[in-house]
Ligand binder design. Structure first.
Ligand SMILES: *[C@@H]1O[C@H](CO)[C@@H](O)[C@H](O)[C@H]1NC(C)=O
Ligand SMILES: *[C@@H]1O[C@H](CO)[C@@H](O)[C@H](O)[C@H]1NC(C)=O
Ligand SMILES: *[C@@H]1O[C@H](CO)[C@@H](O)[C@H](O)[C@H]1NC(C)=O
Ligand SMILES: *[C@@H]1O[C@H](CO)[C@@H](O)[C@H](O)[C@H]1NC(C)=O
Length: 282
C-alpha cells in the first residue's frame, strides 16, 4: 500500500488498525488527504510525515498516539486542516503551527499537552474548542486560559540591570561596527552581481529576464493567448533560441493566485506525463 505514490486521498477512518504508523508512509508523496481517525494506532507520529508536502487534510484523531507533536508536521506547508484530537500527545504546542498560511481548522483537544498556546497568525481564529481537555495549557488570555507560571527567576532584576547598563552598550558598539563593515563591503561589491541573489534564481532553473520574456510573447496579439483562467492567462511564445514555450502569467491581485501557483508547482514537480510540458523557469 505504501508504494501507491499516486494516491491523493487515503481514508481508513473507524477501523481497528493498531500498532505504529510505518515510516514508509513517507512514500505517499502526492497524498492530499489522510484520515486515520478512530483506529488504535499508537507510538509516536513518524517523522517521515514531512515528505507528504501536498497534504491539505490530516486527521489522526481518536487514536493512541504518544510523544510530542512531531516537528515533521512543520514541513507540511499546505495544511488546511489538522485534527490530532483524542490521542495521548504530550509536550508543548509547537510554535511552527502559527506559521501555516492555509490552516483554518485545528483540533488538539483531549491530549496531554501543556505550556503556552500560541496567539498569532493562524491561531488568531481558533477557539477553546480546539484545545479543551488538555490538563496544563496556559497563556492565551483570549481563550480564558490561566496565565503561564512566571518562569523568570527572582534574580531577574539583577539580570535586567546587567542587560540595561552593561550588555546593551557593548551590543550597540558591536552592532554599529558590523553595520559599518557591511556598508563598506557593499560599496566594494556594488559593481559585481550579488552572489546571494544569483543563488536563489539559479537553483537548477534557466535564468530568463523579464524583457526576454516580453520579446518572446507579444501579449497584445490575441492569437498568442492560449487560454485564461481565474488566476491568470497562458500565452504562447518563442524564445530567442527558437524554443516554443508556454508562459503562465498570474494575476496577483486575485486572492488565492499565489496559493494556486504553489500547489501547481508541487503537483508538477511530482508528475511526469507525456502531455505535460516541462517547467523551464519561474
Ligand atoms: C476527523 O475525524 C473525526 C472522526 O471521523 C471527525 O469527526 C472530524 O470531523 C475529522 N476532522 C476533520 C478536520 O475532518
Ligand atoms: C499515555 O502516555 C503515557 C506516557 O507518556 C503512558 O504512561 C500512558 O499509559 C498513556 N495512556 C494511554 C491511555 O495510552
Ligand atoms: C480569521 O477569520 C476572518 C473572518 O472569517 C478572516 O477574514 C481572517 O482571514 C481569519 N484569519 C486567519 C489568520 O485565518
Ligand atoms: C475537537 O474535538 C473534540 C473531541 O472530538 C470536539 O469535542 C471538539 O468540538 C472539536 N473542536 C473543533 C474546533 O471542532
Amino acid at each position: 500500500m505504501w508504494s501507491l505514490s499516486n494516491v491523493w486521498f487515503m481514508n481508513f477512518l473507524v477501523n481497528s488498525l493498531a500498532g505504529h504508523l510505518p515510516l514508509k508512509i513517507g512514500k505517499l508523496v502526492n497524498l492530499q488527504m489522510l484520515d486515520l481517525s478512530y483506529n488504535q494506532l499508537s507510538a509516536s507520529v513518524p517523522q517521515m510525515l514531512s515528505n507528504l508536502k501536498m497534504l491539505q487534510q490530516l486527521n489522526l484523531s481518536n487514536n493512541a498516539f504518544q510523544g510530542n507533536i512531531p516537528t515533521s508536521i512543520g514541513d507540511l506547508a499546505s495544511l488546511e486542516s489538522l485534527d490530532l484530537s483524542s490521542n495521548n500527545l504530550s509536550g508543548i504546542i509547537p510554535q511552527f503551527l502559527e506559521k501555516f498560511h492555509y490552516l483554518t481548522y485545528l483540533n488538539l483537544s483531549f491530549n496531554m499537552l501543556n505550556g503556552p498556546v500560541p496567539v498569532n497568525k493562524a491561531f488568531a481564529n481558533f477557539t477553546l474548542q480546539s484545545f479543551m481537555g488538555n490538563p496544563d495549557l496556559c497563556g492565551n488570555s483570549k481563550l480564558k486560559l490561566p496565565p503561564c507560571p512566571n518562569t523568570t527567576p527572582s534574580k531577574s532584576r539583577k539580570a535586567m540591570f546587567m542587560l540595561k547598563y552593561i550588555i546593551s552598550p557593548i551590543a550597540a558598539v558591536i552592532l554599529v561596527a558590523l553595520l559599518i563593515i557591511l556598508s563598506i563591503k557593499r560599496r566594494n561589491s556594488k559593481n559585481q552581481p550579488s552572489s546571494e541573489i544569483d543563488l536563489s534564481i539559479n537553483l537548477g532553473h534557466k535564468h530568463i529576464s523579464y524583457y526576454e520574456l516580453l520579446r518572446a510573447i507579444d501579449i497584445l496579439i490575441e492569437v498568442n493567448l492560449l487560454g485564461s483562467g481565474s488566476f491568470g492567462s497562458v500565452y504562447k511564445g518563442t524564445m530567442s533560441d527558437g524554443e516554443i514555450v508556454a508562459v503562465k502569467v498570474f494575476d496577483l491581485e486575485v486572492e488565492g493566485a499565489i496559493k494556486s501557483f504553489d500547489r501547481e508547482c508541487q503537483v508538477l514537480r511530482n508528475m511526469r506525463r507525456k502531455n505535460l510540458v516541462k517547467i523551464i523557469s519561474s
